[in-house]
Design a protein around this ligand. Structure first.
Ligand code: ATP
Ligand code: MN
Length: 480
């Protein structure tokens, strides 16, 4: 019987009038004991429900409070008020769930994002988070859609992993051993994991790439889309301890194929959101505009959100090598005037986010793909270039965010891979299963990782990554 309800989005979109309908949702406001603004999460637009004076008893009216859940049935009519085309003239109103107006933390006024983060269990019921999470869903769907249409196979890689060799970040331990100091120890004082659940030391994964490569050596093209964990103590607006990552891995791809795919992929999912979530993006654009107005003139971004997204879809990403980037940075006035916290003085250093942002926001003013990094600052599995100094890596940098994608062509040549692993003290025995891909039918291949929350940030214009995942995990915070 509950299935007879009409979603508010559908009802408002159709603009049909003179028919009976049932809506259910949560009260945003109740004015003059007569006009209810009801929201059901299908859109930020509320339906106005008119409770004709004298039709409902005092006791019922008293229970129509901000936050209460109600069911209303009546005739959909053309609206007399401004702001909406149709409204619902209620014949019956049923209170499904009361909400004590005194105690309900969300008041019909503007709350700060910081405050809403503390009540993340209720912030879904605000316009900002309604829009953010509908867009997040659309992007997630678009990702599966993109790869499925291209014939990629989705692979679920393990969340608990025994390998901690990749070095992508600090790991969280997983154990069933007692934590009160009574866990069995080895002679050297380290924990003996023989009696642990898996009989060995295990962690939460930092990346599904190594397992993804195995699948690519059978299916050709695969992608993963799953949670990853990093116990890095990064209190930034771009780092979470638990985030979702998309990691495609493609056999018979070189670095250029890899860049082409990544660029096409990013443009596709942004376009999908633009085509399917226009209303939410326009709401978020307006929110961002208001936020920008609070900033001093010289810190405001030149483009609005929609403009920025259109620009990204319609223009090629800039592609330059790490070496060229270092030249640009070294020669920049910013560097000469020592405005960077980390001065660029020599080839080989890792780029900080201030450098990445300078390149995309000040110099090129568009997304940039940086390639061929020094091997010393990149992972062991990246393919070594003939110059003996660089590897076939590529990072994609986006305005306002910095790195959104990290990828590379993989080293398929066993001798070179083993040599590099030894140099970097990566235990080869532990990764013997991985090395089998190079033993049995190795082929040129490439892949990348896209941080899902970073692209959600980019598309929604939200400044803090903690506001684009429902329940963020970060240092000293794991509420809900
Ligand atoms: P960064 O330099 O920004 O910390 P990284 O070099 O550690 O990134 P990779 O290990 O290459 O990143 O991970 C692939 C992608 O995952 C990154 O491009 C980024 O989009 C995302 N990512 C990495 N770390 C985090 C994190 N802590 N929270 C959210 N997303 C992340
Ligand atoms: Mn990192």
């Amino acid at each position: 019987m509950f299935s007879t309800r009409i979603k508010i989005k559908e009802l408002l979109l159709s603009e049909k009038v003179n028919y009976q309908a049932t809506v259910m949702g949560w009260v945003r406001t109740f004015r003059n004991n007569q006009f209810i603004a009801l929201n059901d999460g299908s859109t930020n637009n509320n339906i106005q429900i008119v409770a004709t004076l004298g039709m409902f008893d005092e006791a019922t009216l008293k229970r129509i409070t901000t936050g209460a859940c109600i069911k209303a049935t009546g005739e959909v009519i053309a609206s007399l008020g401004k702001g909406q085309k149709v409204e619902l003239k209620a014949d019956s109103i049923e209170i499904l769930g009361d909400s004590d107006a005194e105690k309900f933390p969300l008041q019909p006024k503007k709350h700060s994002l910081e405050f809403l983060r503390e009540i993340a269990h209720l912030r879904f019921r605000t316009n900002t988070f309604g829009s953010v999470f509908r867009v997040r869903h659309a992007l997630s769907f678009a990702i599966h859609d993109f790869f499925t249409k291209k014939g990629f196979i989705g692979i679920h890689t393990p969340i608990i992993t025994a390998s901690d060799a990749e070095g992508a970040g600090e790991m969280f331990k997983v154990t069933t051993l007692p934590l009160d100091g009574t866990a069995p120890k080895n002679e050297d004082g380290t924990i003996n994991f023989k009696d642990d659940f898996f009989g060995r030391s295990t962690n939460l994964t930092v990346s599904g790439q190594l397992e993804g490569e195995l699948a690519a050596m059978a299916f050709g093209n695969i992608y993963t889309f799953g949670p990853t964990f990093r116990a890095e103590n990064s209190n930034t607006t771009r780092h979470l301890a638990e985030f979702w990552m998309i990691e495609p891995e493609m056999a018979f791809y070189d670095l250029e194929d890899n860049m082409n795919l990544a660029e096409e992929f990013i443009k596709h999912i942004i376009r999908y959101a633009m085509d399917n979530n226009r209303e939410d993006l326009e709401f978020l654009a307006q929110r961002l505009d208001e936020e920008e107005k609070q900033k001093p003139q010289n810190e405001r971004s030149e483009m609005g959100l929609i403009e920025k997204l259109e620009f990204v879809i319609n223009n090629d990403f800039e592609r330059i090598t790490y070496t060229e980037a270092i030249e640009i940075l070294r020669e920049s006035n910013h560097n000469k005037k020592k405005k960077f916290q980390y001065i660029i003085d020599k080839w080989g250093i890792d780029l900080q986010s201030e450098h990445e942002r300078y390149l995309v926001e000040k110099h090129f003013k568009k997304p940039v793909i940086l390639t061929n990094y020094p091997k010393e600052i990149k992972a062991f599995y990246m393919r070594q270039n003939d110059d003996g100094k660089t590897v076939a890596a590529m990072d994609i940098l986006a305005p306002g965010i910095g790195e959104i994608v990290g990828g590379s062509q993989r080293e398929e040549r066993m001798d070179k891979l083993l040599k590099r692993m030894k140099e970097m003290h990566i235990p080869t025995e532990e990764l013997d299963w991985y090395l089998d891909t190079r033993r049995f039918g190795a082929c040129p291949h490439a892949g990348f990782g896209l941080g899902f929350e970073r692209i959600v940030q980019f598309v929604t214009g939200m400044g803090n990554i903690r506001d684009v995942i429902p329940f963020p995990r970060y240092p000293k915070s794991a509420s809900f």
